[in-house]
Design a protein around this ligand. Structure first.
Ligand code: F6P
Length: 331
């Protein structure tokens, strides 16, 4: 019997989602399955808004950022009413399996849907934040890191020209994967993230960095870059920038990279990861798996329980944090 697959992208878009869609459609075709692509995340499921995906839909998309299926965050998937509606649409369209490409919020939606729908469910981790357990990397993370590095290298050029101080705020929601990897790759003088900062340290950190900035500027005449994770500093990164400017008497502007990190053409690493995960998701369906996320562990595709994937236990490597704290940062 030909299986019918529903596919959607949900939550923050991530470069490489299109590559994953392409791989799902091609692999499904290989196994003689049909793929219905629902639009605008779970909203498309609630509104029965889909197109049957064919080869012409996935032609020429592997290099494109964003998602051809569009994405959204869907509050209705947090209520029984919304979940029942989604389940009805799946029944009505005779769907055997649902594949969701997204982050932890999207996987929570899948887990909740299980109460009302008994088809196969497979998650593919797509988020720039890399904050999903059970996978070494999520689709979009590598591109976001590269995009931020590219932007900060440019900021460094102008900072060097004037021996200026800059704070750069990076995305990641409540995780420091982007901040640490970018900070180290850009030789930032300071990396401030959840892994090396406690809220009680606020005053101490402020005074310490202010002293270091003064030393760097007065004695060594050099630029000074601080990368900081969004949602870290009490009252926001601008409060840190203001505090440092006040304490040092030196202008310390904040540059928020923001959504630029979500866009752009996926780098090779994301295209490959997304393609491998897309293929693995259909293979999991062929093998009658359900309630699983496709993960990448030690460069091998694996299956991880969705309930495990959303635990938020994955931390930035301690070795990386220690290297930054003890060796690389100016003390
Ligand atoms: O999860 C991806 C992400 O870009 C986070 O890094 C960021 O905190 C959040 O999404 C922004 O969400 P929204 O697109 O809803 O503003």
């Amino acid at each position: 019997m030909t299986k019918r697959i529903a596919l959607l992208t949900s939550g923050g878009d991530a470069p490489g989602m299109n590559a994953a869609i392409r791989a799902v459609v091609l692999t499904a075709q290989h196994y003689h399955m049909q793929v219905l692509g629902f639009h605008h995340g779970y909203n498309g499921l609630l509104n029965n808004e889909f197109t049957q995906l064919s080869l012409s839909d996935i032609n020429g998309i592997i290099h494109r950022g964003g998602t051809i299926l569009k994405s959204a965050r869907c509050k209705d998937m947090r209520s029984d009413l919304g979940l029942k509606q989604a389940a009805n649409v799946l029944f009505k369209n005779k769907i055997d399996a649902l594949i969701v490409i997204g982050g932890d919020g999207s996987f929570n939606g899948l887990i909740a849907l299980k109460q009302f729908w008994s088809g196969q469910m497979i998650g593919i981790p797509g988020t720039i934040d890399n904050d999903i357990d059970g996978t070494d990397n999520t689709i979009g993370f590598a591109t976001a890191v590269n995009t931020a590095i590219d932007a900060i290298d440019k900021i460094r050029d102008t900072a060097d020209a004037f021996d200026r101080v800059f704070l750069v705020e990076l995305m990641g929601r409540k995780s420091g994967h982007i901040t640490f990897n970018v900070g180290i790759s850009c030789a930032a003088e300071q990396v401030l993230s959840f892994e090396n900062f406690q809220i009680n340290d606020e005053k101490q950190v402020l005074n310490k960095i202010a002293a270091q900035i003064k030393a760097a500027q007065q004695e060594r005449h050099k630029s000074y870059l601080i990368v900081i994770a969004e949602n870290l500093w009490p009252n926001g990164s601008q409060a840190l920038a203001d505090g440092l400017s006040q304490l040092t008497g030196i202008d310390c502007p904040l540059c928020t990279l923001g959504y630029i990190q979500r866009g752009g053409s996926p780098v090779a690493k994301d295209r490959l990861l997304a393609t491998r995960m897309g293929v693995a998701s259909i293979q999991a369906i062929v093998d009658d798996k359900t309630d699983m996320m496709i993960g990448e562990q030690n460069n091998t595709m694996s299956l991880v329980a969705l309930t495990q994937a959303i635990k938020h236990e994955k931390r930035v490597s301690q070795a990386l944090v220690d290297a930054q704290e003890n060796i690389l940062a100016l003390n």
